[in-house]
Design a protein around this ligand. Structure first.
Ligand code: ZN
Length: 383
């Protein structure tokens, strides 16, 4: 049975259209056409915005749960369902620095979640523990350690989905980076004090990403370009960015878009359990983290991830980054899809792509999502 989504404002790769209908079936977008097929079930979108589903490569938690606390299929399901309410149709649940036994449990749980069809799970993001102590941010110093060759088998052991590893290039050798990449792992740099040259050496061996650009990394200075300089200069690599109005000055956001371009800069949430939860605080590896409005702080005042949602990140990118809707959505969908090597399946609203879609009000309230053509919530049906 095919479903024709009619009467929407549809964001195609070529721009916004209000005179097309999107036909979905068998989990895919069958066509984008001017008229609905006779035999298709019609769903009236009520003039709302229909855009490709958002893809978040950095999600620590949601719905009151932290992936690290209980790396299980049930935790993954709650996190994915919570973020789906805010437009995320694809995500990498993210472990912050922890014991390698936790990393192993996380990889196994993601494999099982994908095996059993938990909607939206694309793989795992292992953020640390191979990080710089001086740039650790909220990561626990006691968990941080350099990457040893003994750990490579674990990091390359996922059977399903994508594995993204964030490491500090000064805590891993270029050979280790090359080994991971040759085994299908996507390697990003972050929580690092590495000089420009060390970052370049890792890029030359296959590193393709930067984790929360500007935050927790060596900065761009006149005679020391640092990690920020290496990231902004390089055209082939991708960078995640937290557009919550707190992690970055709005001008910094705009500089990043100009230097790297929306086809290489992607929106991430770095979300914590507070998303989709009313609790005033949560415990992160034994430390209490408090919510203050839409920020999260540890006792020492260090930012502890965010309460950001992908819908909020798109809105923040438009308001503070001063980019148009199509550009902000590109940064939330097509760009992360390309980073993950999934750009031929997800991240754009076009025939042949998986039917991962979001329906939005003008204020970016999410009214409906589809993952593989499966709708989630209530929808207005015309017949
Ligand atoms: Zn981080």
């Amino acid at each position: 049975m095919r479903t024709a989504l009619i009467n929407g404002r549809v964001l195609l790769p070529s721009g916004l259209r209000d005179d097309v209908c999107v036909v979905i079936g068998d989990g895919e977008i069958k066509s984008v056409s001017s008229a609905a097929p006779e035999d298709a079930r019609r769903v009236d979108l009520g003039g709302r915005l229909l855009v490709p589903g958002f893809i978040d490569t950095q999600v620590n938690g949601g719905g009151g749960l932290l992936f690290n606390d209980d790396p299980s299929v049930e935790t993954i399901r709650v996190i994915a369902e919570t973020h789906r309410r805010y437009g995320t149709t694809g995500l990498l649940p993210t472990l912050i620095s922890d014991d390698l036994s936790v990393v192993e449990r996380g990889i196994r749980a993601i494999d099982e979640a994908i095996d059993t069809g938990v909607p939206g799970v694309l793989g795992i993001h292992i953020e640390g523990p191979f990080l710089s102590v001086t740039r650790r941010g909220i990561h626990s110093e006691s968990k941080i350690q350099p990457l040893k060759d003994d750990y490579l088998d674990l990091l390359t052991s996922a059977k399903h989905g994508k594995t993204l590893v964030t490491l500090a290039p000064e805590c891993a050798s270029p050979d280790q980076v090359a080994h991971l990449v040759s085994h299908g792992v996507i390697v990003a740099a972050g929580h690092s004090d590495a000089p420009y040259e060390t970052v370049r050496a890792a890029i030359n061996r296959g590193l393709t990403g930067f984790t929360h650009l500007f935050n927790a990394m060596s900065q761009l200075a006149n005679r020391a370009p640092g990690m920020v300089g290496a990231a902004l200069e390089d055209d082939s690599t991708f960078a995640g960015i937290i557009a919550d109005g707190h992690h970055l000055h709005p001008a910094t956001l705009r500089v990043a878009v100009r230097a790297k371009g929306p086809h290489r800069l992607m929106l991430v949430t770095d979300a914590m359990p507070s998303v989709g939860s009313d609790a005033p605080s949560f415990v992160l590896q034994g430390r209490e983290i408090w919510r203050d409005g839409d920020t999260l702080h540890g006792a020492d005042g260090v930012l502890a991830g965010s309460t950001l949602t992908m819908a909020g990140a798109v809105r923040g990118m438009m308001e503070q980054g001063r980019v148009p809707l199509a550009t902000a959505v590109q940064m939330a969908a097509a760009t992360p899809a390309a980073f993950l090597g999934l750009g031929d399946r997800i991240g754009a609203l076009a025939a042949g792509m998986r039917a991962d879609l979001v329906l939005l009000d003008d204020d970016f309230t999410v009214r409906e999502t589809w993952i593989g053509g499966q709708a989630n919530g209530a929808q207005q049906t015309a017949d």
